[in-house]
Design a protein around this ligand. Sequence first.
Ligand code: SF4
Length: 448
Amino acid sequence: MIESVPVDVGLVHEGERIRKQEMQLELGGPGVSAKWELVRVVPPEAVEDGRVRIAGPDIRDLAEGGKYPLGILVEIAGPALEEDFEGVIERRIHEYSNYVEGLMHLNQRYDIWVRLSKKAYRAGFDSFEYLGRVLLHLFKNELPIIEAMQVTFYTDPVEVEARLPEALARYEARDARARGLADEEVETFYGCALCQSFAPRHICVITPERYANCGAISWFDGRAAARMDPKGPIFALEKGDCLDPVHGEFAGVNASAKERSMGEIDRVWLYSAFGYPHTSCGCFEGIAFYIPEVEGFGIVHRGFRDATVNGLAFSTMADSTAGGRQVDGFHGVSLEYLKSRKFLQADGGWDRVVWMPSEILERVRPFIPEGAADRIATENDVHSVDELQGFLREHDHPVLARWATEPAGTQVATVANLPLEVGGYRIILKNARIYADRVIILREEERR
Ligand code: SF4
């Protein structure tokens, strides 16, 4: 318990989910366009240590059940702090907010999504002041490098919107720094176990060319974090021998995944969505999803609210992708990874991408091979897999070369993991391709 904060605060509350019916209110999230969180290292004279400021209506002034904009600005000072630390310290907002009983914080940067439960509100958690005190307490205790800190919560919609460009510019400056460095040029990757409270077997492997799934931590951020807090959730990972340069398999990554997943995951292919794909916790910015009917990938980001070309929305596919599992064909990705030379390298890279929302396509267009963008369909071109097939033919998409390898008239269905119960054993087929003359699906009651 932190003094005067009316609910419990501790590690035990991490991973708590707050359903819609249980929420007092929501801040940020998919229904709100402007939201962000930002940490800035500033000179000591610019910080009033311990100050919590609320610019706009406080929690108690906001109607129950509503959705509101939110900006969280954390300003920190200390002689050993560097601008390089901002990104990783910022990611701790997610972790520490989730220590609060009855408060759920999801995602990062420009995509935050916070829910407060009715129960916490009834217990007296009716002001951002309390969240500010929690952040002040935890940041200063866990990271003594921070000597002075102040927190501002922006809830006035005009201010949240007006300050968004500055936040976006800071994120871009961090990301741009990491571009240009190749995985082959470094001996050390970084691992992050921050999301194990939601996905206990998951670690992100952060390399120069494979940005963390949440899009909040670059290789440089990982390096800064491991230096700043060597016992923290972000750690150095010797990459070891390269076992397969195309799939991106490294002995050191395999060993670390095995150790940290308690033996569950023992191989990781960093540049593939099949076989031994990188696991996905739940914070991924986007999903690369396999569309078996066209042998290609769709990509969808969290902000896309409509159904994708396969008829499924981001939220539906997120359930199949999350949880720290290796799921063939449902692959959590950051938007920065889309700009990488290594993006799904083993699966064909951009020659394999067939559909994505126009907003994201335009954002990554300068980073993808010339001509590729014009052959990718968006929500403005097609609305079904049938239409997509026509579009790909019309645009002579490179994925067409793969169609010839399928037997004529094949009907394709995909199941991420296909469990078979045989003689008391459970056999799970992963990445298997099965051809059958006939498939019979019976309801359980019809079998009896
Ligand atoms: S998504 Fe990955 S890098 Fe980002 S906080 Fe979670 S574990 Fe760390």
